[in-house]
Design a protein around this ligand. Structure first.
Ligand code: FBP
Length: 336
């Protein structure tokens, strides 16, 4: 008897009542993201055959050259959410400002805003290395029935209602949390259906993988240099293994399954690091904490950082609990 896997649709409905403020609206939103994920997955898989590789010719507000697939993924997620009238606002890595969603008869009645990194790991798109999508969902703080404002987006990570990522890798998976543990669903491309393949995902407390762009070593703070040397030292269960895909979603996913730490520290060339607080670090931090891991800026809990700008960056240390604590210890000792 082949194993019966629960579908993502079934799982969302079954767990609807455990959602805070459950009204079915969050379920419809998660289903909208599920649909957009399948559309983007289809585009990613055939990228080499159609004209969606390479640069789009424009730069986003962060001065990054947008890849054609960045732009396409951004459009697909925004269109899918807009058409289904399931959010009152969207913010995206590829949009300068937040988008207030209002349709004629909806009158801003929706409760949720979504923040999204439509295509994470852009530098890997053209070279067929796994990339991802990251999303974060908040309940608006301004009154329902009025247009959303920046306040609805600049909320600390602890206010997240749900967060997740899609990884377009050897298989396509959607991994998410609504604050009640982390579950992973694998897409069966033949049926176009996500199935619960990884229930209750959890970071091992310890790991032996460290993920950091060592090409930036000379620019790193002393504490990070000391921690990397610690990882490389022949002692106890070390040296650890260095693994860096260059796609946050992929490095995070591997480390959650095998045990490890991902670091994108600040440096002498990037005073706040590279990763964006609202649609990269906060959602991954929510998932990490729900999976028994930790996420900090090297000192403070990421999810308690009070956001001040839509595209602000923060240093990011995330993964197995004991490894993140050890890295923080080196940062503290080096006062860096
Ligand atoms: O090439 P670098 O500087 O190591 O940066 C790689 C990191 O930047 C990211 O690509 C984030 O940026 P994008 O969302 O623009 O792709 C992460 O996925 C990855 O871990």
């Amino acid at each position: 008897m082949t194993k019966q896997y629960k579908t993502l649709g079934e799982f969302i409905i079954e767990n609807q009542d455990s959602f805070k403020y459950s009204s079915g609206e969050l379920s419809r939103l998660l289903n909208g993201l599920r649909l957009a994920a399948k559309v983007v997955n289809h585009e990613v898989n055939k990228a080499g055959l159609v004209d969606i590789l390479g640069e789009a010719g424009d730069q986003n507000i962060q001065g990054e050259n947008q890849q054609k697939l960045d732009v396409l993924a951004n459009e697909k997620f925004i269109q899918t959410l807009k058409k289904r009238e399931i959010v009152c606002g969207i913010a995206s890595e590829e949009e300068d400002d937040f988008i207030s969603i209002n349709s004629f008869d909806n009158q801003h009645q929706n409760k949720y805003v979504v923040l999204i990194d439509p295509l994470d790991g852009s530098s890997n798109i053209d070279v067929n290395v796994s990339v991802g999508t990251i999303f974060s969902i908040y309940r608006r703080v301004t009154p329902v029935g009025t247009p959303v404002t920046i306040e609805d987006f600049l909320q600390p990570g602890v206010n997240q209602i749900a967060a997740g990522y899609i990884i377009y890798g050897t298989s396509t998976m959607l991994v998410y949390t609504t604050g009640d543990g982390v579950n992973g669903f694998t897409l069966n491309p033949a049926l176009g259906t996500f199935y619960l393949s990884h229930p209750n995902m959890s970071f091992p407390e310890n790991g032996n993988i460290y993920s950091v762009n060592e090409g930036n070593y000379v620019h790193f703070p002393q504490g990070v240099k000391d921690y990397i040397k610690y990882c490389q030292k022949e002692e106890d269960d070390r040296p650890y293994t260095s693994r860096y895909i260059g796609s946050l979603v992929s490095d995070f996913h591997r480390n959650m399954i095998k045990g490890g730490i991902y670091m994108y520290p600040k440096s002498s060339v990037a005073s706040e690091g590279k990763l964006r607080l609202l649609y990269e670090c906060n959602p991954m931090a929510f998932i990490a904490e729900q999976a028994n891991g930790l996420a900090s800026d090297g000192k403070n809990r990421i999810m308690e950082v009070k956001p001040t700008e839509l595209h602000q960056r923060v240093p990011f240390f995330c993964g197995s609990r004991n490894m993140v604590e050890k890295a923080e210890e080196f940062m503290k000792n080096a006062n860096a």
